[in-house]
Design a protein around this ligand. Structure first.
Ligand SMILES: Nc1nc2c(ncn2[C@@H]2O[C@H](COP(=O)(O)OP(=O)(O)OP(=O)(O)O)[C@@H](O)[C@H]2O)c(=O)[nH]1
Ligand SMILES: [Mg+2]
Length: 347
């Protein structure tokens, strides 16, 4: 398990429970790897369907009861070091969707030929910083672009403090710049729109076809949503990658810290306004207004910040409500469990 980046979380484990890592999530089945090898697992109902344990996602470390000849049973989700969450589009924006957990780096991928979009980069960066891991911007398909240097500069301008790397999975261009991240025991999650070449990069790094790849649509250069589930893979070099399906929407979810990290250049002005409660609208002595006028801050960057901030505020209020509901469910589950124990019907 050490090979898979496992660090015990210090919680006592019961007899027969061993650690495992979730490598893929299917409807109600989990693909896992543990010291006995790989296998399938299902959840222990009394732990998960009572709201007591958070549902596992790809990359999670879990405790299991191993079954060599059938489904193992997942009994507990270990505390996450990092996780990437977005608003779940299938829930009409009411719930959090956990995309992946326990990774060290987030590769935010856009292709240099069609997909490049600095505003979308800011959105990804905000969620990536919030995850607790380190974001890296990877611009793909350098072999198809004649504008690589200009786009690298444009990406760097919105990605302060983040490495921006251009690569080509086809020609191998720039791939050596990824070596610093591909260390044994480290996990990298690949995020980006469909068709930008996430799976192609996995295969290029693995030196073989681990993930299926598909051509993009000729009419509009959109990807075909080839990857349909999130998959954790161990590369020959010892690093792990979580390949993900291209995401159509990336709704903000609890990003207060992520916004601050992504927009340090914007937020630095706030402390310099004449009034500490300046709303940066029309107040006298507003440093943001001055920065917009003298060109220190671009209007696009400012409006992008305001837009994400507004979305974040909405999700934050949803989240407070949902966390409260979850806490209540958890405490109800505990009381029920105690009651069953006392009445002797608990197994
Ligand atoms: N020319 C060129 N084509 C590439 C490169 N990387 C990927 N492609 C092509 O881009 C298309 C999409 O690649 P995928 O790897 O399937 O993209 P993906 O990001 O995994 O897409 P989803 O799984 O749908 O999210 C394929 O036709 C690849 O051959 C590259 O570096 N250069
Ligand atoms: Mg793919």
């Amino acid at each position: 398990m050490i090979e898979y980046g496992y660090i015990p979380d210090g919680e006592p484990s019961r007899d027969g429970e061993i650690p495992a890592r979730v490598t893929a999530v299917y409807k109600d089945r989990y693909e896992i790897v543990c010291s006995f090898g790989t296998g399938q697992a299902t959840l222990k109902k009394s732990a998960y369907f009572t709201g007591e344990e958070p549902f596992p996602t790809t990359g999670d470390f879990v405790m299991i009861n191993w079954e060599a000849d059938g489904d193992s049973r997942i009994v507990r989700t270990q505390e996450r070091r990092t996780f990437f969450a977005r608003l779940d589009p299938s829930s009409s924006g009411h719930w959090e969707q956990l995309v992946a957990a326990n990774f060290d780096y987030v590769f935010i991928m856009q292709s240099l030929n069609h997909d490049f979009n600095p505003r979308r980069l800011e959105r990804y960066l905000t969620l990536a910083w919030q995850s607790g891991a380190q974001p890296v911007i990877v611009l793909t398909k350098a072999d198809l672009s004649e504008d690589t240097q200009r786009l690298l500069a444009e990406a760097s301008a919105v990605a302060l403090g983040t490495d921006v790397i251009a690569v080509s999975a086809k020609t191998g261009y720039g791939m050596e710049q990824l070596q610093g991240y591909l260390k044994p025991g480290k996990t990298i999650v690949f995020l980006g729109s469909s068709g930008v070449g996430k799976s192609s990069l996995v295969n290029a790094l693995a030196g073989g076809e681990l993930m299926p790849v598909n051509g993009i649509r000729e009419e509009d250069s959109k990807g075909r949503h080839t990857t349909t589930h999130r998959q954790l893979l161990l590369l020959p070099c010892g690093a792990m990658i979580i390949d993900t399906p291209g995401m159509r929407e990336l709704g903000m979810w609890d990003v207060t810290e992520g916004l601050g990290e992504t927009f340090t250049d914007v937020e630095q002005f706030f402390t310099q306004c004449r009034f500490s409660d300046c709303r940066h609208q029309n107040e006298p002595g507003c440093r943001v207004k001055a920065a917009l006028e003298n060109g220190e801050l671009s209007p696009e960057r400012w409006s992008s910040y305001l837009k994400l901030k507004k979305e974040a505020r909405y999700s934050a209020s949803r989240m407070v409500y949902l966390k409260d509901q979850q806490k209540k469910a958890k405490s109800r589950a505990r009381t029920e469990k105690q009651k069953r124990k006392n009445s002797g019907s608990y197994r």
